[in-house]
Write a protein that binds this ligand. Structure first.
Ligand SMILES: Cc1cc2nc3c(=O)[nH]c(=O)nc-3n(C[C@H](O)[C@H](O)[C@H](O)COP(=O)(O)OP(=O)(O)OC[C@H]3O[C@@H](n4cnc5c(N)ncnc54)[C@H](O)[C@@H]3O)c2cc1C
Length: 377
């Protein structure tokens, strides 16, 4: 049996990044991925992921984001390819509601450049938007989008080039702690390591059933719509955006990768799914009905036919913050679930944190918000 310093289960956003960081630090690292990496059955496909600095969810994310931004720049330089499109971001809603309050609070607290635009100023700057008169748009020039598939490819490639071992189509079926090491089992083989990182996304509850009450896989649908006039949605003219209207949140992107406008509903009915049995071809009129109202209400020029879609999975925690911690049953096993629908932008810094934890048991980054203990009953 080959022994490793660290085995990573899952080669998606968090796992591929940890693989890259650990290999670059000279660790004997093995990453086992059940599918290909990247793939279109997990949480990281669909061509684009939003990145933003002032963070409405909690200001504590901002220091991590500053480091993530720096590491995205380093990754682009090492990979020799553009992974980040800095389009700016517009976050729209009513003053006093969670999105606008959260992003402006976060921006002020961390001194992040932003502008608050009235609805008519938004329409002048970005003619595709028709916001109600009581809405504002908070614009941050530092926002934009990442290309998730190319990012993961770059991380895996760089990790392999640094000496790491990455095996695709190797589904882990068991994690077996022993006195001197931890064993990781697939259908064909058994591996051992001093530390194991479980970064299995929507399959986390299957590998770690004791955490099933904390990590809930839910279906999400990305829709691509044919705009009546594509020009106001062009890359370079149109920003990435979030919109809050009462309890509903939508987000979307400029035209990129397909000749259609991509938009999704953040909550999408919170439909719980099993990652193995979810039918990823099954997009119903009910799925479209979550998304369509944002087009008719706020972006009428994009209110055309839905021409494409992708089914994706969010792994939700009860408070929608990440989980990055040791496994309560064995502290040689790390649990990494940076999801709840907003984890991709952190992938670079998540990999750094996981490498720190696997090698030293500690990290200089403040990850107290992500501890499992907050869910203790
Ligand atoms: C529709 C959608 C839109 C999103 N939009 C954004 C956004 O705009 N901005 C943003 O920052 N974030 C966004 N996210 C969230 C982001 O993509 C996720 O947070 C991120 O992909 C989670 O990374 P992960 O490594 O935990 O999971 P994944 O990227 O899903 O990786 C997990 C990997 O583990 C593998 N695996 C599972 N079980 C096993 C096993 N037993 N053995 C071996 N391998 C296994 C899987 O095949 C998969 O490749 C979005 C997510 C979705 C679904």
């Amino acid at each position: 049996m080959v022994a490793y310093d660290v085995i990573i289960i899952g080669g998606g956003a968090a796992g591929a990044s940890a693989f890259h960081h650990l290999a670059a630090r000279g660790q004997r690292v093995l990453c086992l991925e059940r599918e290909t990496s990247p793939n279109a059955t997990s949480s990281h496909h669909g061509l684009t992921r939003i990145i933003r600095l002032a963070y409405f969810e909690h200001p504590a994310y901002v220091p991590l984001l500053r480091r993530a931004y720096a590491l995205w720049g380093e990754l682009e330089a090492q990979a020799g390819t553009q992974l980040f499109h800095r389009t700016g971001i517009l976050e729209c809603g009513r003053p006093g509601e969670a999105l606008v309050t959260g992003v402006t609070t976060s921006a002020r607290q961390h001194d992040i450049a932003h502008r608050v635009l009235e609805a008519r100023e938004v329409a002048r700057a970005f003619p595709a938007f028709q916001l109600p008169g009581d809405f504002v748009g908070v614009h941050q020039a530092d926002g934009g989008f990442l290309i998730p598939e190319a990012s993961i490819t770059a991380m895996v490639h760089l990790g392999r080039a640094a000496g790491g071992t990455f095996i695709e189509r190797a589904r882990v079926t068991a994690i077996e702690p022993r006195a001197s090491h931890v064993e990781v089992v697939t259908a064909d083989a058994r591996y051992q390591a001093g530390r194991v990182i479980v970064a299995a996304g929507a399959w986390m509850p299957k590998l770690l059933p004791d955490l099933a009450h904390v990590l809930r896989p839910e279906k999400r649908v990305l829709g691509w719509f044919s705009p009546r006039d594509p020009s106001p949605f062009a890359l370079g003219r149109f920003p990435v955006f979030l919109i809050q209207d009462d309890a509903d949140y939508w987000y979307g992107f400029p035209l990129y990768g397909k000749p259609a406008f991509k938009i999704a509903h953040h909550q999408h009915g919170h439909i719980k799914v099993d990652a193995d049995t979810l039918d990823r071809m099954d997009v119903t009129p009910a799925d479209e009905a979550f998304i369509r109202p944002a087009l008719s209400r706020f972006l009428p020029a994009a209110d055309g036919a839905m021409v494409d879609h992708a089914v994706c999975i969010y792994t939700m925690t009860p408070d929608e913050h990440f989980v990055i911690d040791t496994w309560p049953q064995d502290d040689r096993v790390l649990v990494a679930s940076p999801c709840s629908g907003h984890g991709f932008k952190f992938a670079t810094v998540t990999g750094e944190i996981l490498a720190d934890l696997a090698m030293h048991g500690t990290t200089r980054h403040d990850i107290s918000l992500f501890r499992l203990g907050r869910f203790a009953q």
